[in-house]
Design a binder for this molecule. Structure first.
Ligand code: MRU
Length: 317
């Protein structure tokens, strides 16, 4: 597994995901504010990884004797959609200051075990020789390690059940093209990168056996927020009869959020759509750049968790 997050107790070192795969650079965070900036700027991204980083950020504030209310506020404001951030902060706030560093390390270690359990559970759902479609990046880089939806891919590959991964590039930020493709190549898992717009014709041609995605927040009724483009894939999968699986650590379930309508959807900078890094192809045009969309529960075949398959309770509205 790639190493991407190192916590020493007095610093959090993050592999800068904005530059991957071309450049390996580490960003060193020494305060909760540093970590909050790293989360907002996408140095670290992916719901479980954001949770681990936020926990380390609060532990840094604790170790420095900083104001924990202020640190909590800054971290909670760093990205709005992934509920793992709030979950991790609440876990840390439940222990005393001196125990926070160990609690942050525990969250990281547990996340790897959770992902491996999700991977094993999800792999068992796939047919032999599965050709799966994967969206965004849900791998080691997006988690403590192993990955959620990409963890299913890893487990299926290890078990000899996987034939091929279609890697959706994931416009506009290209998490699929830059990060998922990189992780799969490193692990020698057979994959093909495609433009997002290829998904429909692949499904129409019967070349996808399952769609695997992660999630940033699942409402009590099962409505699921994930990377923009997930909803379109779910509609296609329903139309073509392709199973649509959401890999969901239980920390991503927001029982306090009744439906998808209450999930806050982050809007990001226009620059992400107008171009990429220094290359700008649409400088002045107005842009709408929601980072996530919400897939209604009815379009989801199953939510794969570390404790087995989850279904919303029928009385959740
Ligand atoms: O904006 P990002 O890159 O943080 O979005 C990531 C996703 O949408 C992932 O699918 C989700 O966080 C799950 S990662 C295991």
């Amino acid at each position: 597994m790639l190493e991407h997050l190192r916590f020493t107790g007095s610093a959090l070192e993050l592999l800068d995901q904005r530059l991957l795969p071309a450049t390996e650079r580490w960003v060193v965070c020494r305060t909760a504010e540093d970590v909050a900036h790293a989360i907002t700027d996408m140095v670290v991204r992916g719901a479980p990884a954001i949770g681990v980083a936020a926990a380390c950020g609060l532990a840094l504030a604790a170790a420095r004797g900083d104001d924990l209310e202020r640190a909590t506020e800054v971290l909670l404001a760093s990205r709005p959609t992934a509920v793992n951030l709030r979950w991790a902060i609440e876990r840390l706030r439940a222990v005393h200051r001196g125990a926070m560093a160990d609690e942050a390390r525990r969250i990281h270690d547990e996340d790897i075990a959770i992902n491996q359990a999700i991977g094993d559970c999800g792999a068992a759902l796939l047919p032999e020789g599965a050709r799966v479609y994967h969206h965004c990046n849900t791998g080691t880089l997006a988690t403590g390690g192993w990955g959620t939806a990409l963890g299913i891919v890893r487990s299926a590959h290890r078990d000899g059940r996987l034939a091929h991964v279609w890697v959706g590039e994931t416009r506009p930020y290209l998490q699929g093209a830059r990060l998922t493709a990189y992780e799969l190549l490193v692990e020698r898992i057979p994959c093909t990168l495609i433009a997002d717009s290829v998904a429909a014709s692949l499904m129409a041609a019967g070349r996808v056996d399952a769609v695997l995605v992660g999630c940033d927040r699942v409402a009590a009724n099962g409505d699921t927020a994930n990377k923009i483009g997930t909803l379109g894939l779910a509609v296609l999968a329903a139309h073509y009869g392709v199973p649509f699986y959401v890999a969901m650590p239980l920390s991503t379930l927001d029982a306090r959020c009744p439906t998808g309508a209450q999930i806050p959807i982050e809007e990001r900078d226009a620059a992400e759509v107008r171009g990429h890094r220094d290359l700008v192809w649409a400088a002045d045009v107005p842009v709408f750049n929601p980072a996530f969309d919400v897939t209604p529960a009815a379009l989801i075949t199953a939510w794969v968790t570390e404790a087995g398959l989850w279904q919303p309770s029928p009385d959740a509205t």
